[in-house]
Design a protein around this ligand. Structure first.
Ligand code: 48H
Length: 257
């Protein structure tokens, strides 16, 4: 048998088999940035079937760009335990508890540990809508298609993936929350849009406001700032990691694990 046939057969067979299983997940995280990847590890540690859907072909979200393309970002002392959980090396640069980490190490180890814990990361998958039920409005999953379809502008119907919890980890765009509000006429939720820079307050508030948006839909990372009109913090990532861990804790508690 030709090797070419085997290559194609096993890629399609194994991807389809795994994808079919993931269609009924415990948690779907949309966005493989710092908050989404952190959440993925802690959720998978709880043995929840966790999948991260990322529209690009790589993980890391805004980490790779570092601080204006410099290859370091800042974190603070609040996340030392998280850095240790992920085996991420850090260097203390200021006695006020300021550390720097390498962007390549941060993004790759966040992803590696999420995978080691059992989470799946799928690239080139764009979430374009939510599965909802009414009274009360509840999110039951996502509507997705391959990003290449959107980029090509083709009229192709999407597919569905169900989950007990869906996480908006889409960063500044807050894609899922915007879809929720725009398409479901929710009067009591407004996406307020993030504010200008006030790093210290932003770093605290983004963690405090992390949590459930409506039953079944949760927000983490910069999506939280967009939803609640919080300040931005620039290239300091403690708030993102702490927000990711917090959303995992909230979901685990809601799901009773
Ligand atoms: C699939 C999608 C979709 C979609 C988007 O932007 P991110 O890094 O998000 P966070 O919130 O984890 O981290 C934010 C941080 O990177 C940052 O920008 C900070 C701290 N800024 C502060 C400041 O002052 O500017 O990652 C989001 C990911 C990206 O990889 C997107 O490609 C992906 O989500 N994504 N994936 N379907 N509909 N929308």
């Amino acid at each position: 048998m030709d090797l070419e046939l085997l290559i194609s057969r096993y890629i399609i067979q194994e991807s389809s088999r795994e994808l079919a299983e993931l269609l009924e997940s415990d948690v779907v995280i949309v966005g493989a940035g710092p908050s989404g990847l952190t959440a993925a590890k802690y959720l998978a540690d709880k043995k929840l079937k966790t999948v991260v859907l990322e529209k690009r072909l790589s993980y890391g979200g805004g980490i790779g760009g570092g601080g204006s393309l410099f290859h370091k970002v800042v974190v603070d002392k609040r996340v030392v335990d998280i850095l240790k959980d992920f085996d991420i090396r850090y260097r203390e640069v200021d006695e006020r508890g300021i550390y720097v980490v390498d962007t390549a190490e941060l993004m790759s180890k966040l992803a590696a540990k999420a995978l080691d814990s059992g989470a799946k990361i799928l690239f080139g998958v764009e979430v374009e809508d939510l599965i909802v039920r009414e009274n009360p409005l509840t999110v039951r999953g996502v509507v997705f298609k391959w990003s290449a379809i959107s980029l090509a502008g083709l009229h192709v119907d999407p597919l569905f993936m169900t989950a007990r919890a869906v996480v908006d980890a889409t960063g500044h765009e807050a894609s899922l929350i915007n879809i929720l509000v725009r398409k479901n006429k929710i009067g009591d939720i407004t996406v307020r849009g993030e504010r200008s820079a006030f790093a210290e307050k932003a770093e605290r508030d983004v963690v405090e406001y992390t949590g459930r948006v409506v039953p079944g839909l949760y927000a983490t990372g910069m999506a939280v700032a967009a939803l609640h009109g919080l300040y931005r913090m620039g290239p300091i990532f403690s708030g993102m990691l702490l927000s990711g861990r917090k959303v995992a804790e909230v979901i685990a508690s809601d799901l009773g694990v």
